[in-house]
Design a protein around this ligand. Structure first.
Ligand SMILES: Cc1ncc(COP(=O)(O)O)c(C=O)c1O
Length: 364
C-alpha cells in the first residue's frame, strides 16, 4: 500500500512551516513576559466582555452577514458595507488571497524579511515565493528590486504598511508604483490602528480595483484571541474573498466584541497610548546602550544589536535567563546576525525588559 505521505499534494510537505510553538511555552509559563508576538498586553474592557457574554445566550444560532458591523467598519474607510469582508483574523485573508490568485507555479513577490505567515501559505497552494531583500541602507522596501522581479507568472504582491518587522511606512509614491503595475496587491495595514492620524490607503481601491487592504482587530484593539479581521476592497474583490472564506467564519462573540469596541473607541485610544509610552521609553533605553532601534510605528520595535557581536540566539537566551522575557527571533538580515524584535507588554514586563537592556548591553 502507498504510504500516506504519498497521497498528500506535493506542496503540503515542502512548504515551510509557521512555527507557533512559542505560544505553548508562553501559556505554560504565565510568569514569562510575552514580548515576542505583537500582542496587545491590555485585556478587553468590561464593555467588551459584557457584549460577548450577553450574546452567548444566542450561541445556538448561525450568524447572519453582519451588515451592521460591516457598515460601522466601512464608515471608518468612507466606504459601504459592500466593501468589507469579515474574517477570522486577518490570517484568513493571508490564506485566501493565495487560493484566489495563485495557481501552482505562480509567483508571489514579498520583501525579506516579512511577516512569517505569508510565505508558507503561498507555498501551500504550490505558489513560488519571490523574496526581495529590504534595502541595505535603511531596511525600506527595495521598490526597484521588487518591480524588477515581476515576470509573466507574478500574480500577487505584498506590501505591509507599516512593515513587519521594521515598523517603517512606505512612501506614497512608492506604493503607487506597485499599484500602477495592475498586478493584485495586498496592502496589509495590521498596525495602522496605532496611528489614527494616518489615513488608511483604502481610497486606492476606487482607482486601482486590483488593490485590497487587510486589517485586523488583533493589534490596537487587542482581540488576538477573540479573532477578527477584515478585508477592504471593491465589491468584486469582496465577493471573491467571501466565496473563498468559509461561511460563518466569524463567531457571534467576535462580532459582539467588535461592535462594543467600535462603539467605545476610547478603549482603543488607551491601548494605543500605553503602547506609545513604552515604545518611546524602549527607544531611548536601547539608544543609550549603543544599540540601533528602528523608529517603529506599530506595537513592536526592530533592534539592530549586530554591533555587539552577540548573535540573536544568545540575546534571546540571555533575556529568558536574566529576566524571564520572550523576545522575537529575527533571522539574519543581509547576512548579519544579532537583530531581535520586542513588543511592549504590561508595565512590569516592560520594566524587566529595560533592566535586561541595561544589564546585558549596558555593561559591555
Ligand atoms: C503584518 C501582519 N499581518 C497579519 C497578521 C495576522 O494577524 P491576525 O490573524 O491575528 O489578524 C500579523 C500578526 O502578527 C501581522 O504581523
Amino acid at each position: 500500500m502507498k504510504p500516506l505521505k504519498d497521497w498528500f499534494v506535493p506542496w503540503l510537505t515542502t512548504a515551510r512551516e509557521y512555527d507557533t510553538s512559542i505560544l505553548d511555552k508562553a501559556w505554560a509559563n504565565p510568569d514569562y513576559g510575552r514580548l515576542m508576538l505583537n500582542e496587545n498586553p491590555l485585556p478587553p474592557s468590561e464593555k467588551v466582555i459584557k457584549a460577548v457574554t450577553d450574546i452567548l445566550s444566542q450561541g445556538n444560532r448561525y450568524p447572519d452577514s453582519m451588515k451592521r458591523l460591516r457598515t460601522k467598519i466601512g464608515k471608518l474607510h468612507n466606504l459601504g458595507p459592500e466593501n468589507i469582508a469579515l474574517c477570522n483574523g486577518s490570517s484568513e485573508i493571508i490564506d485566501s488571497m493565495m487560493r484566489i490568485f495563485l495557481q501552482p507555479g505562480d509567483e508571489f513577490i514579498v520583501s525579506n524579511p516579512t511577516f512569517g505567515l505569508f510565505p508558507p501559505r503561498a507555498e501551500l497552494v504550490g505558489g513560488k515565493v519571490v523574496s526581495v531583500p529590504l534595502r541595505k541602507e535603511d531596511l525600506q522596501y527595495d521598490v526597484d528590486g521588487m518591480l524588477k522581479a515581476i515576470t509573466p507568472r507574478t500574480k500577487l504582491i505584498l506590501v505591509i504598511n507599516p512593515n513587519n518587522p521594521t515598523g517603517i511606512f512606505i512612501e506614497d509614491k512608492d506604493l503607487i508604483r506597485f499599484c500602477e503595475t495592475g498586478i493584485p496587491l495586498c496592502v496589509d495595514e495590521a498596525y495602522l490602528h496605532y496611528h489614527p492620524e494616518i489615513p488608511s490607503k483604502s481610497y486606492l481601491i476606487e482607482k486601482y480595483p486590483h488593490v485590497f487592504l487587510s486589517h485586523t482587530f488583533s493589534k490596537a484593539h487587542g482581540f488576538a484571541g477573540i479573532r477578527l479581521g477584515y478585508l477592504v476592497g471593491t465589491e468584486e474583490m469582496v465577493n471573491a474573498f467571501n466565496t473563498m472564506f468559509l461561511p460563518w467564519n466569524v463567531s457571534l462573540m467576535a462580532m459582539a466584541a467588535a461592535e462594543a469596541i467600535l462603539d467605545n473607541p476610547e478603549e482603543i485610544a488607551i491601548k494605543v497610548a500605553h503602547n506609545k509610552r513604552w515604545m518611546d521609553i524602549f527607544f531611548a533605553e536601547l539608544q543609550k546602550v549603543g544599540l540601533k532601534p528602528y523608529p517603529a510605528h506599530g506595537n513592536y520595535m526592530l533592534v539592530d544589536a549586530t554591533m555587539t557581536g552577540k548573535t540573536t540566539a544568545e540575546i534571546l537566551a540571555a533575556a529568558l535567563e536574566m529576566e524571564k522575557i520572550f523576545l522575537k527571533k529575527i533571522p539574519t538580515i543581509h547576512g548579519r546576525d544579532g537583530y531581535f524584535r520586542v513588543t511592549p507588554g504590561v508595565d512590569k514586563e516592560n520594566e524587566r525588559f529595560v533592566r535586561f537592556v541595561r544589564n546585558y548591553f549596558g555593561k559591555r
